[in-house]
Design a protein around this ligand. Structure first.
Ligand code: FES
Length: 141
């Protein structure tokens, strides 16, 4: 997945698309992450000023949601759903196996809305249902 390099001007363009939204902080942080691959440290103040919120409001949202990253994304982002339905069909073991095979780039996820096809993984933004090591390896390429 290719991301734009962080710039304040580009971030303001992203935020301008959300100007009319109500309760836009989470949407703004998601949009910035989609554009740059992560939420840059400067984005907290930028979002706060743009939407007339406190830095604490923005920081609270940023640190509450596990899917929001504050460091640049690596080439392959792998999340394994560890919510209840996927745990019931082996996602914890899959998570351990994936961590051993692919290293530190594996993150916990909390329901990708694909519970009927668990265990579920997300690889570079794409959902992998009934995930296995082979399916995840294929999705990385
Ligand atoms: S519980 Fe895993 S996708 Fe919903």
């Amino acid at each position: 997945m290719k991301y734009s390099p962080w710039s304040k001007d580009a971030a303001l363009v992203v935020l301008a698309t959300l100007r009319e939204e109500k309760g836009p902080v989470l949407m703004a942080l998601q949009a910035l992450q989609n554009e740059f691959g992560y939420v840059h440290a400067e984005a907290v103040g930028l979002v706060a000023n743009f939407f007339n919120k406190s830095r604490a409001d923005v920081h609270g949202v940023l640190t509450f949601y596990h899917d929001l990253r504050t460091t640049p994304a690596t080439d392959n982002q792998i999340s394994i759903c560890v919510a209840e339905a996927c745990q019931a069909v082996g996602s914890r073991q899959l998570e351990k196996d994936v961590k051993i095979k692919f290293g530190a780039e594996v993150h916990d996820g909390y329901c990708f809305g694909n519970c009927a096809l668990g265990p579920c993984a997300m690889v570079n933004g794409a959902i992998v249902g009934r995930a296995t090591l082979d399916k995840i390896a294929k999705a990385r390429t």
